[in-house]
Design a protein around this ligand. Structure first.
Ligand code: PMV
Length: 318
């Protein structure tokens, strides 16, 4: 193989799932039990650069700070780089910078491993195509396979045991005027990461049995709503999907509840606004923060009730 060289700085966007990935059929390869669909967050994501260094350990820098070798993130980065190290192992300085406002409470592992896959491809001159890069990013973090693309992205679960058919592809549809509002309830690192949360759900929640059926229906309905530009259909299916995922978490033992009182308060505000006729919906991942979904035409009304949200326009503005 080619010895690695310093990579260019590579960027990958963060993404938010409208139909969630929850549950692995293969823990090592991050192969999912259900297909998922996300929207990428344009310029919000991770920039990463790799430089080979003459050390016997990797050096992982996050937003200008050198992480300790036993931090969870630097361990995961080193394990990912181990996949490429050859007989004469090379170590790297990994410089990674999130353009996601650090206080926004958005997970950065998806954009982080997608940017790392792009940087590895450059450093080792692998010349991988987008599909192969998506497979590679998936090995770092499942949802990272969706962060190789902009816009709406579908992760097909695949059926092979080696995972080579489990990758993401972008949808051709765009939706200018689509807004995502980040409601920051708590930006601290969550107590149970998605890896162990999924495992606990699979092992203990009987309710999980129904999840793959729900996800299969939701992903089709969400794709139909995207094609038809049916915002209320999109929002309703995304919110229902997120609530169903959280129901499987809560049905685990010990119970897995990512919500905080402020999360429920924000949900109740959304439901009240909808009852008043405002088309606003939410989705939530393995954490307490809500992501509001609304259209440009509703932005002023949404901001009147959620003045502190950060608004993202995945497809720009009309
Ligand atoms: O990629 P992971 O292992 O961090 O899992 C992501 C899980 C969710 O964010 C809850 C859902 C999703 O599809 O992004």
């Amino acid at each position: 193989g080619v010895s690695p060289v310093k990579s260019e700085e590579k960027f990958a966007p963060s993404n938010i799932a409208l139909c969630k990935y929850w549950g692995k059929r293969d823990k090592l390869l991050n192969l999912p039990i259900n297909p998922s669909l996300s929207v990428s967050l344009a310029h919000l994501g991770t920039h990463t650069c790799l430089t080979p260094i003459d050390h016997d350990e990797d050096e992982v820098w996050l937003n200008g700070l050198c992480l300790s070798e036993d931090s969870a993130f630097s361990k995961r980065v080193s394990l990912f780089l181990d996949l490429f190290r050859q007989s004469k192992p090379t170590h790297f300085k990994v410089e990674t910078r999130n353009s996601i406002p650090t206080a926004a409470g958005l997970a950065s592992s998806a954009s982080g491993f997608a940017a790392l896959a792009l940087a590895v491809n450059d450093s080792f001159q692998l010349h991988l195509d987008a599909q192969q890069l998506s497979v590679l990013a998936r090995l770092g973090s499942g949802s990272a396979c969706r962060s190789l693309f902009d816009g709406f992205v579908e992760w097909q679960m695949g059926e092979r045991a080696d995972g080579l058919d489990s990758y993401a592809t972008p949808l051709s549809e765009t939706w200018s005027g689509l807004c995502i509002g980040l409601v920051k309830v708590d930006a601290r690192e969550k107590a149970t990461d998605s890896r162990s949360g999924m495992q606990r759900t699979l092992e203990t929640a009987h309710l999980y049995q129904s999840w793959p059926i729900q996800a299969a229906m939701d992903i089709q309905a969400i794709k139909d709503a995207i094609s038809a530009h049916d915002f209320e259909g999109l929002g309703a299916k995304a919110e229902h999907n997120a609530m169903s995922m959280h129901a499987t978490m809560m049905a685990s033992w010990p119970p897995l509840v990512y919500w905080q009182p402020e999360s429920l308060m924000a949900m109740q505000t959304v439901w009240k606004l909808r009852a008043q006729g405002l088309p606003v919906y939410f989705t939530m991942d393995a954490g307490p923060n809500l992501k509001l979904l609304f259209e440009r035409a509703s932005a002023d009304d949404v901001l009147a009730h959620f003045p502190d949200i950060e608004v993202i326009h995945p497809f720009g503005l009309i």
